[in-house]
Write a protein that binds this ligand. Structure first.
Ligand code: ARG
Length: 470
């Protein structure tokens, strides 16, 4: 330490206690700057709040505070215009910023870290970062929902087969099918906003693990940073990464939803299904096979889900054996968090573009849905209306389908000549009849769709309000 309190370049934050500098391997192995640089903006915000609190508590003079704030502003612009020079010894973004502030602000800068540890600092930074990132996720999910709702509105009375076990089951409106994904995404939004509630706690003031002997004020720090409240327990504040695990689950489950959508796109764009045609800008070609048009976005949406599940499982494994409070293992929280949220964000936007520009091949869907067998349940329900127990009706219709398959007679013919059904029942087999009859609440037909679409629109408006209000 030189007399003016400036740590000469290249010294570690703990050089006072150590007789020699760090080994090259230690620096290479423990450094996190290459990934935690993206916390810079939040680290600066944390430092501004911290020095304001210190000055308020009489731990810094107003002049010292002003000098440090000016230095922080300068660091911010150096980082923004790329003139900030990182040193070998800048282990992480916290070290780099504090080192530069001290270079600029001299002995005042050396007071920046008063009553603070990197342990509460990094937890604060990461929570601040997540609060922004979660809102970004919600925004992107909402954008994808917007596209799906609009495509649902445009789909009119188009219908396709609904599947169970990937076998044709009953026709459903295309709009109903698209809205199914919208509701799954709505739950993702709910999960993110729930996650935000628990992330919205300030750890600043917990120090390394036990708080401080100085009269710091964690309540004021929390207020200055816009956190809903400060921590209750210093050990928990620095050792807790539940908010990261929750965020990773939110992202992983959202990506699983996107993966299922991806799988569907892969199927629908095959020649065998032929339900969906991708815009050239959202499809890829083959380096060898000139005729190919591949749904790579959809495949990667599916493939990347594996990574996000890994990110979540990896963090849980990191946390499971850790004693209180901070352990360096916790540095392993950031890479999976950044990876998962970046990946999910890109997937959401790519799928929004894909759905925005794709063409639904409604004639192919209708042909696939109009096979008379898809109306089998309606035939059984016709018999139920006439008083037959459903189990018996199921057997009667099942028998007709079997005869049709085995004897090569059309189902229409068998229905028309069956005394229990007869020619009147043929209306059920007309194209589109089965989907029009799905009238129960939340069902796949045009009647319940009207209120479902209205509910989806209302839901989107509420999400927009939430995004603007937050
Ligand atoms: N880079 C560290 C992390 O991400 C910052 C905290 C370091 N604290 C410590 N006691 N070495 O966790």
């Amino acid at each position: 330490m030189t007399h003016d309190g400036k740590a000469p370049q290249g010294l570690t934050l703990w050089h006072g206690r150590f007789g020699e500098g760090p080994a090259e391997e230690l620096v290479a192995f423990t450094a996190s700057l290459h990934f935690d640089q993206r916390l810079a903006r939040h680290d600066l915000a944390g430092s501004r709040a911290h020095v304001t609190m210190l000055a308020h508590q009489g731990l810094l003079t107003d002049e010292e505070r002003a000098v440090i704030i000016t230095a922080l502003d300068r660091v911010e612009s150096e980082l923004a215009d790329g003139t900030f020079v990182f040193l070998e010894s800048d282990e992480d973004i916290h070290t780099a910023i504090e080192r530069r502030v001290t270079e600029i602000a001299g002995s005042s800068g050396a007071k920046l870290h008063t009553g603070r540890s990197r342990n509460d600092q990094v937890a604060t930074d990461l929570r601040l970062w997540l609060k922004d990132a979660a809102r970004d996720q919600i925004g992107r999910i909402t954008a994808l929902q917007e596209v799906l709702v609009r495509r649902a509105e445009e789909a009119g009375d188009a219908y396709l087969p609904g599947y169970t076990h990937l076998q044709r089951a009953q026709p459903v409106l295309l709009a109903h099918h698209l809205l199914a994904h919208v509701w799954a995404l709505a739950r993702d939004v709910d999960r993110w906003s729930d996650c935000l509630t628990r992330a919205d706690v300030s750890p600043l003031g917990a120090g390394a693990l036990a708080g401080s002997s100085l009269p710091i004020d964690p309540v004021l720090s929390a207020q200055l940073l816009g956190f809903a409240r400060p921590f209750d327990n210093s050990l928990d504040a620095v050792g807790d990464r539940d908010f990261v695990a929750e965020a990773l689950f939110c992202a992983a489950l959202c990506q699983v939803h996107l993966s299922r959508m991806g799988e569907e796109i892969v199927l629908w764009t095959t020649e065998e299904f032929g339900f969906l045609h991708l815009a050239d800008a959202y499809a890829t070609g083959s380096s060898m096979l000139p005729q190919k048009k591949n749904p790579d976005i959809a495949e990667l949406a599916r493939g990347k889900a594996g990574r996000l599940i890994g990110d979540l499982a990896g963090l849980l494994a990191t946390l499971k054996g850790l004693p209180l409070a901070y352990n360096r293992d916790l540095q392993e929280d950031k890479e999976p968090l950044f990876d998962a949220l970046d990946t999910c964000a890109l997937t959401l936007s790519a799928l929004a573009g894909l759905f925005d520009t794709a063409t639904f091949r409604m004639e192919r869907m209708a042909v696939a849905a109009d096979s008379p067998e898809n109306a089998a349940t309606d035939l059984a329900e016709w018999l139920v209306r006439a008083g037959m127990p459903f189990r018996d009706a199921h057997a009667v219709v099942g028998n007709l389908v079997r005869q049709s398959v085995e004897r090569g007679v059309t189902l229409d013919e068998l229905v028309a000549t069956d005394p229990r059904l007869g020619p009147d029942a043929l209306v059920l087999l007309e194209p589109g009849a089965a989907v029009r009859r799905r009238s129960s609440r939340g069902g796949a037909g045009p009647e319940p769709l009207v209120s479902q679409l209205a509910a989806a629109r209302a839901r989107l408006t509420a999400q927009h309000v939430m995004l603007v209000g937050s």
